[in-house]
Ligand binder design. Sequence first.
Ligand SMILES: *[C@@H]1O[C@H](CO)[C@@H](O)[C@H](O)[C@H]1NC(C)=O
Ligand SMILES: *[C@@H]1O[C@H](CO)[C@@H](O)[C@H](O)[C@H]1NC(C)=O
Ligand SMILES: *[C@@H]1O[C@H](CO)[C@@H](O)[C@H](O)[C@H]1NC(C)=O
Ligand SMILES: *[C@@H]1O[C@H](CO)[C@@H](O)[C@H](O)[C@H]1NC(C)=O
Ligand SMILES: *[C@@H]1O[C@H](CO)[C@@H](O)[C@H](O)[C@H]1NC(C)=O
Ligand SMILES: *[C@@H]1O[C@H](CO)[C@@H](O)[C@H](O)[C@H]1NC(C)=O
Ligand SMILES: *[C@@H]1O[C@H](CO)[C@@H](O)[C@H](O)[C@H]1NC(C)=O
Length: 312
Amino acid sequence: MSCTVLRNVFAGLLLAVVSKGLSVHAAEFGHVPDNITVSEGESVILRCKIDDEVTHKAWLNRSNILFTGRDKWSLDSRVSLVNSNDSDFSIQIEKVAVADEGPYTCSFQARNQPRTAHVYLIVQVPAKIVNISQDVSVNEGSNVNLFCLAVGRPEPTVTWRDFKYGLLSEGEFLDITEIKRHQAEEFECITNNGVAPPDTRRVRVTVNYPPTITDVKNMPAHLGKAAVLRCEAMAVPTASFEWFRDDRRLVETDSNMKIKNEKTRSLLLFNNVTEKHFGNYTCFASNSLGASNASMLLFRESYTPPGGCSVS
Ligand SMILES: *[C@@H]1O[C@H](CO)[C@@H](O)[C@H](O)[C@H]1NC(C)=O
Ligand SMILES: *[C@@H]1O[C@H](CO)[C@@H](O)[C@H](O)[C@H]1NC(C)=O
Ligand SMILES: *[C@@H]1O[C@H](CO)[C@@H](O)[C@H](O)[C@H]1NC(C)=O
Ligand SMILES: *[C@@H]1O[C@H](CO)[C@@H](O)[C@H](O)[C@H]1NC(C)=O
Ligand SMILES: *[C@@H]1O[C@H](CO)[C@@H](O)[C@H](O)[C@H]1NC(C)=O
Ligand SMILES: *[C@@H]1O[C@H](CO)[C@@H](O)[C@H](O)[C@H]1NC(C)=O
Ligand SMILES: *[C@@H]1O[C@H](CO)[C@@H](O)[C@H](O)[C@H]1NC(C)=O
């Protein structure tokens, strides 16, 4: 018997569902049960269209009776009859839960024949990150293992994105072997199952490394004028600086000489160069992981230093 014939025999028999009053689904008797998809927490109306020949009617959740006619069997306050007349026998489930997923049946008797209409309720849950690695601080060369755990229905995908280079890695775990200082500082976990916009969270990875002095220059100076020696160092955590002159640590005893420490560099400022200021200065940069030093000359303008600066 074709569907058309069935439709004619049981004319007017239709099962329809309205979710949030927006989408309308309909399953006709004689078909494979329709899937009705609803998000957890929403309300759903399971609609059962009947005709005036119907004498007895009931709604079932699996094999449990929810309603027989207007008579409520279910003890669940979320379940109610939204309409019951000669052409419509519909129920509503409020605040749909994952446990509500399953087959629902509208069962009735017309012309002394038992009939059923089925609907399969699918409950979706937006993808959500439930646990993720904390921000970490590691030394260069260490291995870093990040995790990102997500839940959702259907099962969500989990992807890690490298914030600096945009590289993607599938899966809940991101393993970085022998991390380098230039690698990204931020990693983003993205989980998605198409139910709601993806859920994302970031993890900050700080890579510590000892100072490297990047820029030193011998500086020419004139008597009676100002001069500056610069020492720039890359380091995590930030380096602390010290200045030496011929193996003696410099302290700001000379009112004409000042040390100015900034985040990534230190300046040795002379506001009035005198004869005794000319010489060889060493900048010493250190943090918890190590140290580095570099030497430079403050020389008389007319004088060309032998061999430039020395950096180590
Ligand atoms: C209902 O969903 C199941 C799996 O979720 C699928 O296999 C089946 O084809 C769906 N049925 C209909 C009528 O869409
Ligand atoms: C049954 O209720 C529905 C929805 O309220 C309405 O559209 C329909 O006209 C009613 N039918 C009868 C026969 O009262
Ligand atoms: C449907 O049946 C399941 C299993 O017995 C139950 O956990 C769930 O609460 C029921 N849902 C409704 C809306 O009756
Ligand atoms: C997250 O995972 C960590 C490591 O497995 C665990 O120690 C912690 O208790 C988890 N936190 C939560 C909220 O589940
Ligand atoms: C620099 O120092 C010399 C010697 O102490 C002094 O004569 C001169 O006035 C100073 N110049 C400035 C600009 O302070
Ligand atoms: C400056 O001092 C450092 C450390 O004492 C030394 O290694 C370097 O050779 C000196 N440079 C010059 C040009 O004398
Ligand atoms: C400066 O660097 C050189 C070469 O790495 C090292 O031999 C020397 O001990 C360092 N000086 C200081 C004061 O740490």
